[in-house]
Design a binder for this molecule. Structure first.
Ligand code: SF4
Length: 352
């Protein structure tokens, strides 16, 4: 569910072509389904797939029959691809009005979407505005005009199951466009910075644009687009929601940057553990610290903490040291302590 009082959801976009397949049971789809399941565990609520041709539309349709989470078809240029996708249990269609062409094509898509109960996202992108609007001096105004034109077209067909996105590369433009849209239209917004860049730059630019909007209650779903993995997009999305005060029940990781005093390699430990920690649906803080300078302090504050101490590690649970083991046994001791903590949390929740 998107919009209204539903929580803001995190989505990502599949980054490779789908394998060609003959049926939903085709083994070629199994690795895709496994990765979708692991994205779901990380907190992803939907995944969008590019549909460049008819074979891709059919492969996506077959995948949608077995997918553990809702799938969105991303359509450019050819409206017939959208029509074909809607023969399958696709959750949403994204169309780019800048390149779909004649209004009757959009109407045809809307008519089928209405019959099938499938929402449409009008995806406006600063890099592919409709040709007649491109000369408008202000890109934000041009994007708003493009969105308004498509909304009028869809509303004239009696179609209101609409999501809109106004993506640009400049965070300041993204903020202006979405604030102006939210003041004028009732439709839910999908937020993001387009072509945001590699991991670090992309996260910074998305954070700069999305946090202020989310804090004002603008945005129903987000995607942190990165020249990096889908998993990082989802984790970044979760962290952005948490910064905006909209984090769900999940693990919060605190970790030190490591320095010359470290006796415990926090980077390697986080790399080994981060996906399993983010997959836990429990509202706990986990601290991973390199040495006894700041380690015990942070680890004590957390629900579960691990810190280097010479050639040993100390494990803290809710303020108390519960284990001291050689650093070689850190992972095993941490795993046991984490299991006990999570089981205790589950038992407490059941008792409630
Ligand atoms: S906790 Fe220790 S290792 Fe980590 S940054 Fe601070 S001083 Fe360095």
């Amino acid at each position: 569910m998107i919009g209204g009082s539903w929580p803001v959801s995190v989505q990502t976009m599949w980054k490779e072509p789908l394998p060609r397949c003959a049926s939903p049971a085709d083994p070629a789809l199994e690795p895709v389904i496994r990765r979708l399941a692991s994205l779901t565990d990380l907190g992803c609520s939907m995944v969008r797939f590019a549909v460049p041709d008819m074979a891709a539309a059919e492969a996506l349709g077959m995948l949608a029959e077995k997918s553990p989470l809702p799938l969105v078809a991303d359509i450019h240029f050819d409206w017939r691809l959208a029509l074909r996708c809607m023969d399958f249990p696709i959750a949403k269609i994204r169309i780019n009005p800048g390149n779909i062409g004649a209004a009757w094509k959009v109407r045809e898509v809307a008519a089928k979407a209405r019959d099938r109960g499938i929402p449409l996202r009008i995806g406006i992108n600063g890099g592919s505005l409709p040709r007649d609007l491109a000369p408008v001096h202000d890109r934000v105004e041009a994007a708003l005009a493009a969105a308004e034109r498509e909304i009028e077209l869809l509303e004239a067909e009696g179609f209101r199951d609409i999501v809109v996105s106004l993506k640009m590369n400049d965070p300041e433009e993204v903020i202006r466009a979405n604030e102006a849209f939210a003041a004028r239209f009732p439709y839910p917004l999908h937020l993001g910075v387009t072509e945001a860049g590699p991991l670090v730059a992309g996260i910074v630019r998305n954070t700069a644009a999305l946090v202020p909007l989310l804090k004002k209650g603008i945005g129903a779903t987000i995607r942190v687009s990165l020249s990096d993995s889908m998993e990082h997009e989802v984790i970044a999305g979760r962290e952005i929601l948490a910064c905006a005060g909209q984090g769900g029940a999940g693990v919060r990781i605190v970790s030190c940057p490591r320095c010359g005093r470290a006796s415990f390699d926090t980077h390697a430990f986080i790399e080994r553990w981060k996906n399993s920690l983010y997959a836990l649906r429990v509202p706990i803080t986990v601290a991973v610290m390199g040495c006894v300078v700041n380690g015990p302090g942070e680890a004590r504050e957390a629900d579960l903490g691990i810190t280097g101490a010479g050639n040993a590690v100390l494990i803290f649970r809710q303020g108390t040291i519960i284990r001291r083991v050689h650093a070689d046994n850190a992972d095993q001791a941490f795993e046991e302590a984490l299991r006990e903590l999570v089981q205790g949390n589950d038992a407490a929740r059941r008792a409630d």
